[in-house]
Design a binder for this molecule. Structure first.
Ligand code: 5GP
Ligand code: MN
Length: 338
């Protein structure tokens, strides 16, 4: 972000404003953590500030400070429309194209508010007035920390902010193990612990909340895991029937896709999850090394994301989706066999 941009934003926020913070659809730990971190930061300056998430998110995120104040657009559409309409400033966090906010796209596009994007995904769109985009960053939460730092305000980081930002950095880095984790990330994490983030408690809050059904569903997913050794690829399917058997709730399949990558030698893992409600197969993709699942998802599954983590969807049946996936792989054989 340019020095001038920071100067303008400082000026913009020097008087109380009506601010809306928007994370992406199906928000994850980084999306909710960065939104709440920014919320607790801005709240100290007398702004009127509301987080509006496009849709609901998993229970394992519903403990962060002020989480209960987050509005869900799909459940509170009229009230949200009014607030967005009257906003002076809209922060968009952890996404970079307005088609990532589902039913909110029209009202946010139409809004005349100053838009500020903070995001670390590939290929940002140019919709924002101010864009802070950096694909080398571990997480949007790390960027919100940097943003506060650029505003010369780290003194204002309290335990609430630290807790929310720690959470998103932790979830987006696979607990600090993905290559996006830098020494700088660890420095930010150290600063957040010093500001009051309780690291052990946060890990427990996020990762030790499985239900019995969820572990049984994981068992089912692992039984369905298929390996394609020729392409160093593994994939998992979960049908709606299987989800129903284990009383699936939003978030229950979080992290399942990573089990494919835990197999020795596997560099590309996918999970295909049927959603009868949305009439799609939700696709999640992960890779190790240079194989870009962002490019793969953009080319074949109407999605995108990062080089090593991306998502998308398929309008075909599960069987046809898997068939398509297997049919595409030979094209990438050379990159998958490095
Ligand atoms: P997940 O597989 O966990 O849903 O998502 C992995 C990454 O890809 C996340 O950073 C997420 O924001 C991004 N992502 C997931 N689904 C989509 C999608 O449909 N379109 C785009 N552009 N990105 C996605
Ligand atoms: Mn993120």
């Amino acid at each position: 972000m340019k020095k001038d941009d920071i100067k303008h934003i400082k000026q913009l926020l020097s008087e109380p404003k009506s601010i809306v913070v928007v994370p992406h659809k199906n928000p994850d730990g980084d999306a909710i953590g960065s939104s709440l971190g920014l919320y607790h930061y801005l709240k100290q300056f007398g702004h009127k500030i509301v987080i509006i998430a496009p849709n609901d998110y998993p229970d394992f995120l519903k403990w962060m400070p002020a989480e209960e104040s987050v509005m869900i657009y799909d459940n509170q559409t009229e009230a949200s429309d009014l607030i967005i309409d009257q906003a002076d400033v809209i922060f968009t966090l952890d996404f970079n194209a307005l088609n990532r906010i589902g039913n909110m796209e029209a009202v946010v596009t139409k809004s005349r508010a100053v838009k500020i994007m903070i995001d670390h995904h590939q290929q940002p769109d140019g919709y924002a007035t101010y864009t802070y985009s950096d694909v080398s960053m571990s997480s949007t939460c790390e960027m919100v920390y940097n943003f506060i730092n650029m505003l010369e305000d780290t003194d204002h980081i309290n335990a609430e902010i630290a807790t929310c930002l720690y959470t998103g950095i932790m979830t987006d880095t696979g607990s600090f193990r993905f290559p996006s984790t830098t020494s700088q990330t660890h420095k930010v994490i150290a600063a957040l612990i010093e500001k009051g983030a309780n690291n052990a408690q946060i890990h427990t809050n996020i990762y030790d909340t499985s239900s019995y059904n969820q572990l049984q569903l994981l068992g089912c997913a692992l039984r369905n895991l298929k390996v394609l050794p020729e392409y160093n690829t593994a994939y998992i399917t979960l049908s709606q029937d299987e989800l129903n058997t284990y009383n699936f709730k939003k978030g229950d399949t979080e992290g399942f896709v990573n089990y494919g990558l835990s197999l020795k030698g596997i560099v590309f893992a996918a999970i295909f999850i049927e959603s009868q409600q949305d009439q799609i197969i939700k696709v999640s993709l992960r890779s190790k090394g240079d194989f870009s699942v962002n490019e793969f998802s953009r080319a074949h599954f109407e999605g995108g994301g990062h080089i090593n983590a991306a998502g998308g969807k398929s309008d075909l049946t599960m069987e046809a989706t898997v068939e398509k996936f297997i049919r595409i792989l030979p094209t990438y054989k050379h990159v998958l066999n490095l």
